[in-house]
Design a protein around this ligand. Structure first.
Ligand SMILES: C[S@@+](CC[C@H](N)C(=O)[O-])C[C@H]1O[C@@H](n2cnc3c(N)ncnc32)[C@H](O)[C@@H]1O
Length: 266
């Protein structure tokens, strides 16, 4: 397996990862030996991730795009933790002008490049091989948008860094959102009961899928090859309210109880 640093040279778009842009932990100075492993679990899932994109994931997208509505037309979008680019492609299909497809994992971004080769070639999609950090957003604005901001910034099942880091990242996003822009977060529910069951502890047809996902995620967190911070709906709304600068925070309607969908309207 290649190291994170060597992967960084293999993907087009923004590639160089400066020390200043690395996630805050571990700090300061010397990195702990396991720090390089922090995102390695995505290497394991990248080759088959697109096959696990089941109807739950598509339904979340439908709910998201129903909420965003005409805002996507002509929008400049950041798809943070874009994975293989399924949602990036949907942004294009819904009329987005430009999408920055950001992911820490080179294997995921290669899939974006394969899936959306034409859009990458014509500059509509920019693959960005970086961990999402607070510094990334002003850098992207300066490098690609002539200092302009984003209309839509999405974290769909990708905001797993520790809460304080997430707060710093989301604050940086808010600073780069255009007036009328939207920060949207789709994130797994922390309560296992709500995530994997209904009406108390009644199983659904997705219970085995959700339990398997959570088990894998928790194990990889224990092994320190992943971060996996989760929130209840209330905790997520509180986090967004803390960064919202007084802007409106709201839930995005969805029947998918396993996930919390929320947005800040700038
Ligand atoms: C569960 S997948 C979700 C992919 C896509 N957003 C979706 O919903 O299908 C999480 C993705 O986020 C990426 N990711 C996780 N943490 C990240 C970080 N801190 N910076 C950039 N990408 C990250 C992973 O590499 C992976 O591709």
């Amino acid at each position: 397996m290649q190291s994170y640093e060597s992967d960084a040279r293999m993907v087009s778009g923004v590639e160089a990862v400066s020390e200043a842009d690395q996630p805050a932990e571990p700090a300061p100075g010397a990195r702990k030996p396991w720090a390089k492993l922090r995102f390695r679990s995505w290497d394991i899932s990248a080759p088959f991730y697109r096959w696990t994109y089941i109807d739950v994931a598509h339904q979340l997208d439908e709910d998201l795009f129903a909420y965003l509505g005409p805002r996507v037309q002509g929008a400049v979008v950041a798809d943070c933790g874009c994975g293989p680019g399924v949602v990036t492609e949907k942004f294009l299909n819904h009329g987005a002008a430009r999408v920055m497809a950001i992911d820490v994992n080179a294997g995921m971004l290669r899939q974006v490049e394969d899936r959306l080769a034409q859009a990458v070639a014509n500059g509509q999609v920019t693959p960005v091989h970086q961990p999402v950090t607070a510094a990334l957003f002003p850098n992207l604005s300066e490098q690609f948008l002539e200092g302009d901001g984003f209309d839509v910034v999405l974290f769909k099942r990708s905001l797993y860094v520790k809460r304080e880091q997430a707060r710093a990242i989301l604050s940086a996003v808010m600073a780069q959102l255009n007036t009328g822009g939207v920060l949207a977060v789709v994130h797994g529910e922390r309560s296992l009961r709500r995530y994997a069951f209904k009406d108390g502890w009644k199983p659904t047809r997705y219970t085995p899928y959700h339990l398997f996902n959570r088990l894998i995620s928790k194990v990889s967190e224990k092994l320190r090859i992943n971060q996996y911070t989760l929130y209840t709906q209330e905790e997520l709304l509180t986090l967004l309210a803390e960064v919202a600068l007084g802007h409106q925070v709201e839930t995005i309607p969805s029947a998918q109880r396993a996930y919390n969908l929320a947005a800040v309207l700038a």
